[in-house]
Write a protein that binds this ligand. Structure first.
Ligand SMILES: CC(C)(COP(=O)(O)OP(=O)(O)OC[C@H]1O[C@@H](n2cnc3c(N)ncnc32)[C@H](O)[C@@H]1OP(=O)(O)O)[C@@H](O)C(=O)NCCC(=O)NCCS
Length: 164
């Protein structure tokens, strides 16, 4: 399925995918749905080549997943480090969409001169850990009981992919 840069018109579909992950997974530590306007604002803002925001979409299914790189930290000494996020519609998981999006995102980040891509993954997220490790991310540590959701505290692991 084609991968392309996200546009403000994708905000509704992206919000729906993200809000479903909020409601049903520990992947994201929000407890309540986030508004479409928040995504619209992010997508309307100019993004640097180091911070691509990609979707997988076609005319039949619409947007089935998204992945993005964001600045890790505003201090200039970290300006070539990015945080990665990837979310696939529940009905389209397990079909290679996440892997293809991450590959495209990592290639774009490498081409734009990033040194490293970081990912923080809730320790019970086996699919995400497998996917990141299979793309070369290395486990650099685990924060104990860092997040709380669904009445429990959750360990969160830090992963790094060195590009440069
Ligand atoms: C994690 C996620 C992004 C993966 O995307 P996806 O499109 O389903 O993944 P893919 O189909 O590309 O599969 C990636 C790999 O994960 C493996 N996988 C899938 N579910 C798995 C599981 N429960 N345990 C272990 N591996 C699993 C697949 O077998 C595949 O490996 P392979 O290519 O070696 O066969 C997706 O499941 C998702 O959106 N989950 C909810 C949100 C989330 O967790 N985001 C990541 C936050 S860190």
């Amino acid at each position: 399925m084609p991968i392309r840069p996200a546009t403000p018109e994708d905000a509704g579909a992206i919000a729906a995918i993200y809000n479903d992950a909020i409601a049903s997974t520990t992947a994201v530590m929000y407890h309540t749905a986030q508004p479409v306007a928040l995504w619209h604002g992010k997508l309307a803002a100019e993004r640097s080549p180091r911070h691509p925001f990609l979707v997988t979409a076609d005319d039949a299914a619409g947007v089935v997943g998204f992945a993005k790189l964001d600045a890790f930290d505003p201090r200039c000494g970290y300006d070539d480090i990015a945080d990665l996020a990837v979310y696939i519609h529940a009905e389209h998981r397990g079909r290679g969409v996440g892997r293809a999006l991450m590959r495209a995102l990592i290639d774009a980040g490498r081409d734009a001169g990033l040194h490293s891509v970081l990912a923080r993954i809730t320790a019970d997220n086996a699919a995400s850990i497998w996917l990141h490790e299979s793309l070369g991310f290395q486990h650099v540590g685990t924060y104990r009981a860092l997040g709380h959701k669904f009445g429990q505290r959750h360990d969160v692991s830090e992963y790094q992919l060195v590009l440069g």
